[in-house]
Design a protein. Structure first.
Length: 332
């Protein structure tokens, strides 16, 4: 960091005692790059991190390359198992991080194969049960060729790929090229959708539940259920600002939808739903040329005081009335 006249240092963290060196970073990388590459080829599971620190402590070793080389040579004996044995050990360790109460089944080898294929880096670095469960659930939602063919055959829908930021939802097109969203659902999710009674609420997004029949010649396959909805924009910041009349209409629809969901008794604390809706409305209302983030955020968090100020500043009477009512429900 040149402004503070502190020269960056490298610290190598392993099971061995750490050491540091005043060697400039560029020279250090050049001297040790071949050693690091050979180490990575030898074992992808070696726990070694190179961290750039602003550290002014005196060096423990004046010759980085010699110490670094001897460190790696002495570490080779720790990884003498053949690569296939290490892969099996990693796989078994990953299975042990998948509690039954989280995935509701025994770990499936096919799903783990998909994790290794589609999420190799996350798989290698996975050391916690929470991350393992997240990877397992994401891989469980991957649609394979046979499933895609069955969806095209039975529904005339063609899978394009995952919805960004959500591997559980796929972007699909119908025969006319119109975009749709699809999601393979579990029995529990199917019961939840049935309880929603989508046809009885005019405010909810209209979705349809379909059953995809298994191929008769594939005994190992099972019938699957898929939920299909229109493809709406998922991120407000990606789209132009709505006209205030369109915004009011959408606010009224969202109020009706939330009231319907809340009446089912599924949500324990209703105020948080209303607060999130209010923040969404204010973000849309204050889109550029005004800066929505500056008006709502204090640091990295939404400020309740700023939310109240934004509500008070709304000039459109009907929208102001709706936002004041939502603010009361959010207990602001």
């Amino acid at each position: 960091r040149e402004r503070e006249n502190i020269e960056p240092r490298i610290v190598i963290e392993t099971q061995y005692p750490c050491f540091s060196t005043p060697t400039p970073i560029v020279d250090l990388v050049r001297d040790c790059s071949e050693i690091l590459c050979s180490l990575r080829e030898h074992s992808r599971t070696h726990r070694l991190k190179a961290l750039v620190l602003n550290n002014s402590s005196p060096p423990r070793s004046p010759n980085t390359k010699v110490v670094f080389s001897s460190l790696i040579v002495s570490s080779m004996s720790l990884y003498s198992d053949p690569p296939e044995d290490r892969a099996l050990a990693k796989r078994e360790m990953f299975k042990q991080m998948l509690p039954y109460h989280e995935i509701l089944e025994r770990p499936c080898d096919r799903v783990i194969d998909d994790i290794i294929l589609h999420f190799p880096e996350q798989y290698e670095l996975c050391e916690s049960s929470g991350l393992a469960v997240m990877l397992y659930k994401d891989a469980s939602n991957i649609l394979h060729t046979a499933t895609k063919e069955r969806i095209a055959r039975d529904l005339g829908l063609y899978i394009s790929g995952f919805l960004p930021r959500n591997t559980g939802v796929s972007i699909t097109t119908d025969k006319d090229g119109r975009p749709l969203l699809t999601k393979l659902i579990s029995n529990t999710e199917s019961r939840t959708i049935a309880e929603l009674k989508l046809d009885e609420c005019p405010f909810l997004v209209k979705g349809t539940l379909h059953t995809i029949k298994r191929n008769e010649d594939q005994a190992q396959e099972v019938d699957q259920q898929i939920f299909v909805t229109p493809c709406y924009p998922g991120v407000l910041s990606d789209f132009p600002k709505s006209h205030v009349k369109a915004l009011i209409a959408n606010v009224e629809r969202m109020i009706g939808a939330l009231e319907y969901i809340h009446n089912l008794g599924w949500v324990p604390k209703l105020k948080y739903d209303w607060f999130m809706l209010l923040v969404t409305i204010l973000y849309e209302y204050n889109k550029p040329p005004k800066n929505s983030n500056e008006k709502l955020f204090e640091g990295r968090k939404v400020s309740q005081q700023k939310v109240r100020e934004c509500v008070a500043a709304i000039k459109e009477p009907k929208l102001a009335g709706l936002c004041n009512e939502i603010a009361k429900r959010a207990e602001l």
